[in-house]
Design a protein around this ligand. Structure first.
Ligand SMILES: C[S@@+](CC[C@H](N)C(=O)[O-])C[C@H]1O[C@@H](n2cnc3c(N)ncnc32)[C@H](O)[C@@H]1O
Length: 196
């Protein structure tokens, strides 16, 4: 019975989200759909993820991108993911703080990439949150020579409280500093693309 339920993967979570009237916190299946669609729409062949966790996004996207780079802070999770994707030559797992590791990953890129920023920017399992980490990574990515596309998960957590900026502050900051960029939010995901 449990095996049959497990085989349904992320679907029960997705259906339950629809039944509840699509609340702000969106299910993983929807996140996968958005990542897949942005990759296709912008013709991006490389995915860079911050926050590997159990490697669910990596597993869902490894067949859809030529390269997948994922950065995980917790050594045990990074090691687990390395084992899980040991047979997937297109996947590379980095261990460390995404703010520190990001320059190393950016240096590997040979064209525009899709970024899935999902590394507990608003606090995670009791870790002290580096309040500058999100803006520091955004600056690095958006200043890089290639026109990368960025998706930031959990936009609802941009509350304006405890030193965390609001959605409109982040949008205003990015669009003022990088005028060719457009920032939108839908289904709890902030999307940073090039203006038409
Ligand atoms: C929400 S989970 C990521 C889920 C995953 N992206 C997915 O879609 O399947 C957040 C992950 O970010 C990691 N994390 C937290 N702070 C980090 C940091 N500074 N650098 C890299 N990873 C971090 C946490 O350990 C956790 O595994």
């Amino acid at each position: 019975m449990y095996g049959a339920y497990k085989a349904l993967g992320h679907y029960p979570d997705y259906w339950y989200w629809i039944l509840r009237g699509r609340p702000p916190r969106s299910p993983h299946l929807l996140k996968q759909k958005v990542v897949r669609e942005y990759g296709e729409k912008f013709g991006l062949k490389t995915l860079v993820e911050t926050g590997t966790y159990y490697g669910e996004m990596v597993a869902a996207m490894k067949g859809r991108f030529d390269r997948v780079y994922s950065i995980e802070f917790v050594p045990a999770l990074a090691e687990r993911a390395r084992r899980k994707f040991a047979g997937d030559g297109q996947v590379q797992i980095f261990c460390g703080d995404s703010r520190v590791v990001m320059p190393e990953v950016l240096a590997l890129l040979q064209g525009p990439a899709l970024f899935w920023l999902d590394a507990g920017y608003y606090g995670w399992i009791g870790m002290e949150t580096d309040k500058q980490r999100l803006s520091a990574e955004m600056e690095m990515i958006l200043s890089h020579p290639y026109p990368h596309v960025v998706l930031l998960d959990d936009a609802r957590c941009l509350t304006g409280e405890h030193g965390i900026p609001t959605v409109s502050e982040v949008k205003g900051y990015i669009e003022a500093k990088f005028p060719q960029r457009l920032v939108t939010v839908e289904f709890d995901i902030m999307r940073i693309t090039l203006r038409d």
